[in-house]
Design a protein around this ligand. Structure first.
Ligand SMILES: Nc1ncnc2c1ncn2[C@@H]1O[C@H](COP(=O)(O)OP(=O)(O)O)[C@@H](O)[C@H]1O
Ligand SMILES: [Mg+2]
Length: 326
C-alpha cells in the first residue's frame, strides 16, 4: 500500500513537470561534469507566469571559472538584477532534479550547492540585526563554497553605511575571485564603484541591465548587456515613485557633485559641494560649511570662555566662513 502511494506520488511529480515543460516551452538541459554554466534565453518561470506570455525578457548566462567566474551586475533598483540571479539558480535546480528548464538552451556543469545571500536588503525596516545576519551568511559562503558551488550575492553590504558597504562588498568579491576554488558567482550591487574590480581582477566581468531614457522617463528594457551602466537612474526611479520634486532636485545636485570626483586630493570622499575633508561625509551630504559653523556655535558656552579664547574662536569661524564664500 505504502509503495503504491509512493509510486503514485512520484508519477504525479513527473507528470506535473512534464506538463509544465510542455505548457511553458521548457527545454531539456545538458548536465555534465564540467564547470561551465551556459544558459541561452533563460527565463524566471514564476515571474514569467505572473507577467503573462511574451512580457518577460529572456537573458543569457555564461559562467566559467577560467574566464568569467564572477558576473558583477550593476544597475538601479527595479532593473531586474534579483530576478536574473534567482532565475539562474532556479534553472540549475530544475535541471538537477530532472526537470526541463525555462530557457531555449542550457548546458550546466553539475552544482554541489547553491549559496545565497539574498533578501534582507528588501526589508531594511527589520533593523540593525539584519546586517549581522547578512554578514553571518556571507561568512558561511566564504568558508564553505567549493569549485562546484554556485554563489549568489544580492546587495551584500547594503545593510550598513555606504563606505562600509562598498568596502565589504569589494573585499568579498575579491576574496571569491582570489580563492583557489573559484566558485561561480553572480554578484548584484547598486554600488557602481564595484565595477572597477574588473580592471584588476581578470575573471570578474561587468554586466548591467539596459535602460533607456525617453522623454525624461526611464524605461527598463530588462535585457542584460556586457559592460557598466553609463549612469545611475536611481533618482529617476525615485521621481517615478513620487518623491517630492525638491528632494529629487537636491539629489541630482548631490549626484553631480559626486560625479565630478568621488575623492578629493587627500583621498577623502567628496560628497557635496564645498565639503572639506574634515567634514564628516554625513554632514557634507546634508549641508554645507555654513551648517557646520552653526553647529560649532551651538556648542559654545560664552559664559565660560576667556576673552582670548572667544577671540580665537571668532577668528577660526570667520576664516571657515570666508573659505566657503570662495
Ligand atoms: N527579464 C525580465 N523581464 C520582464 N520583467 C522583469 C524581468 N526581470 C525583472 N522584471 C520585473 O522587474 C521587477 C524588478 O526586478 P528586480 O529583479 O527586483 O530588480 P532589482 O533587483 O534590480 O531591483 C520585477 O518585479 C519584475 O516584475
Ligand atoms: Mg534586487
Amino acid at each position: 500500500m505504502k509503495e503504491a502511494g509512493l509510486a503514485l506520488a512520484t508519477l504525479d511529480v513527473l507528470l506535473s513537470l512534464a506538463e509544465a515543460a510542455q505548457a511553458r516551452h521548457f527545454v531539456r538541459p545538458r548536465v555534465d561534469a564540467g564547470l561551465v554554466i551556459s544558459i541561452r534565453e533563460g527565463r524566471h518561470p514564476v515571474v514569467e507566469e505572473s507577467l503573462g506570455r511574451g512580457a518577460f525578457v529572456p537573458n543569457d548566462c555564461y559562467l566559467d571559472p577560467d574566464s568569467q567566474q564572477i558576473i558583477l551586475l550593476t544597475g538601479p533598483n527595479m532593473a531586474g538584477k534579483s530576478t536574473y540571479m534567482r532565475q539562474v539558480a532556479l534553472i540549475v535546480i530544475l535541471a538537477q532534479m530532472g526537470s526541463f528548464v525555462s530557457a531555449s538552451e542550457a548546458h550546466l556543469g553539475v552544482v554541489d550547492r547553491i549559496f545565497t545571500r539574498i533578501g534582507a536588503a528588501d526589508s531594511l525596516a527589520r533593523g540593525e540585526s539584519t546586517f549581522m545576519v547578512e554578514m553571518k551568511e556571507t561568512t558561511r559562503i566564504l568558508r564553505h563554497a567549493s569549485a562546484r558551488s554556485l554563489v549568489l550575492l544580492d546587495e551584500v553590504g547594503r545593510g550598513t553605511s555606504t563606505f562600509d558597504g562598498i568596502s565589504i562588498a569589494w573585499a568579498v568579491a575579491e576574496h571569491l575571485h582570489d580563492a583557489e576554488y573559484r566558485a561561480r558567482t553572480l554578484f548584484a550591487t547598486h554600488y557602481h564603484e564595484l565595477t572597477d574590480l574588473a580592471l584588476t581582477k581578470d575573471r570578474v566581468k561587468n554586466f548591467n541591465f539596459a535602460v533607456k531614457e525617453w522623454k525624461g522617463e526611464v524605461i527598463f528594457l530588462r535585457s542584460l548587456v556586457e559592460g557598466t551602466a553609463s549612469r545611475s537612474y536611481g533618482i529617476h526611479v525615485a521621481r517615478l515613485a513620487g518623491l517630492p520634486a525638491g528632494v529629487v532636485e537636491r539629489a541630482k545636485e548631490i549626484l553631480n557633485n559626486l560625479e565630478r570626483g568621488e575623492l578629493d586630493e587627500r583621498g577623502q570622499p567628496r560628497l557635496a559641494r564645498g565639503a572639506r575633508s574634515q567634514v564628516s561625509p554625513q554632514m557634507a551630504l546634508f549641508g554645507s560649511e555654513t551648517n557646520r559653523i552653526v553647529e560649532e556655535l551651538k556648542k559654545v558656552d560664552a559664559s565660560v570662555l576667556t576673552p582670548i579664547e572667544a577671540l580665537n574662536l571668532l577668528h577660526v569661524l570667520a576664516e571657515e566662513a570666508k573659505k566657503e564664500g570662495r
